[in-house]
Design a protein around this ligand. Structure first.
Ligand SMILES: NC(=O)c1ccc[n+]([C@@H]2O[C@H](COP(=O)([O-])OP(=O)(O)OC[C@H]3O[C@@H](n4cnc5c(N)ncnc54)[C@H](OP(=O)(O)O)[C@@H]3O)[C@@H](O)[C@H]2O)c1
Length: 329
């Protein structure tokens, strides 16, 4: 497999985006970072919010032009910085079937395009710019001059310059300094969903909870269990980030390394691999997307029920106790 291309500052024409009216929809985690970074890079950017949005005051106090959703109609570049499940209705309501060309839709995650929840007008360019981290870090890294890397992909290239437009935008948010990684909407979507469900969010939370529970069932006090699990996660996760999984294992004690390598073999067996493949299959087939959209349309009853059960877990309660203690110190 050929490695994907990585673009840097020399590949980006910052001027390309300067001539165009950019609207960022939403002012949450990514919307704020995109809008502020684009403004500070000299772009013609405005923020569009729905009526009675709780973010109005913040947009105004951060000296950004605030527009109603009607402004979306007149924009050359529209950045979708609202939650994924809100985007399909937003598209249906704000993008009439029109012939207008010279318009770029920018998505920060590939889900809605990849699974066809949004089928954009073929006259538009459709670009993915997915930063590799939360909005706060995107903004902070821009302010510090380092920038945050991101993925770039093109789903529709009506203008024949969708990639160049995307690269120009990526540079304006500061990603050119850290690397703009070429991908496809499919790979970003499947990789992002599978990575978060099985490792970064679901895997970490699930394994932490299960290990904690096993300790409790064997008589280990909750405080001990917390100190042997949650308390040390950050340190070991940073070691994996720096040295890789085997590099981390090489740097812990011989006791920890020996026991961990044996347990890894026992736990992550063929059955576990089959389960991972099942989750991947569920995502790839579009079944996960379908369930997500159905639950979202009903106001997320399933998500709320699962979350409320997770809040009742003893690991969660013990962690909350320790966090309160830290705040009191
Ligand atoms: N968060 C991350 O770390 C991260 C990382 C990479 C990519 N992404 C992607 O970035 C995109 C945005 O995610 P996010 O986490 O930044 O979103 P978010 O913080 O949840 O977005 C909140 C903003 O969206 C507005 N909003 C919500 N529903 C709306 C609607 N129906 N119409 C108009 N505005 C609406 C809210 O306005 P009100 O004030 O009116 O409620 C608020 O300004 C998603 O595609 C996500 O997958 C996120």
């Amino acid at each position: 497999m050929t490695p994907s291309r990585i673009y840097h500052s020399a590949d980006c024409d910052p001027e390309l985006i300067m001539k165009r009216q950019i609207t960022v929809i939403g002012y949450g985690s990514q919307g704020r970072a995109f809008a502020l970074n684009l403004r500070d890079s000299g772009c013609n950017v405005q923020v569009a919010l729905r009526e009675n949005s709780t973010s109005r005051q913040q947009v105004l106090s951060e000296r950004l032009p605030l527009r109603s959703m009607a402004a979306v109609d007149k924009s050359d570049v529209v950045i979708f910085a609202i939650p994924d499940h809100e985007q399909p209705d937003f598209y249906r309501n704000h993008f009439p079937n029109e012939d207008r060309g010279n318009r770029t839709l920018v998505f920060l995650h590939g889900l809605n395009i990849h699974f066809g929840n949004i089928v954009p007008n073929p006259a538009y360019d459709v670009v993915l710019l997915a930063p590799h981290g939360p909005g706060k870090d995107l903004r902070d890294s821009y302010a510090q001059g380092n920038g945050m890397s991101c993925f770039i992909a093109v789903a529709q290239d009506a203008s024949n310059r969708a990639l160049r437009t995307g690269l120009s935008l990526a540079a304006a948010i500061g990603a050119d300094k850290a690397g703009i990684y070429e991908t496809t909407f499919e790979h970003e979507t499947l990789g992002d969903l599978f990575g978060e469900q099985t490792l970064l969010v679901g895997g970490l939370a699930g394994l932490t909870t299960a290990v904690f529970q096993t300790m409790i069932e064997n008589g280990i006090p909750p405080e001990n269990a917390y100190l042997e699990t949650v308390h040390q996660l950050r340190m070991l996760a940073s070691m994996i980030e720096e040295y890789g999984p085997a590099g981390m294992i090489e740097r812990v004690s011989r006791t920890a390394a020996y026991g961990s390598l044996e347990s890894m073999k026992a736990l992550f067996d063929r059955q576990f691999e089959d389960k991972l493949q099942e989750v991947y299959g569920d995502i790839k087939s579009g079944e996960f997307n379908r369930r997500l959209m159905v639950d979202a349309a009903k106001g997320f009853p399933v998500l709320k029920q699962l979350l409320s059960a997770a809040r009742e877990d003893q690991c969660q309660k013990t962690t909350a106790k320790f966090s309160r203690r830290k705040e009191e110190l």
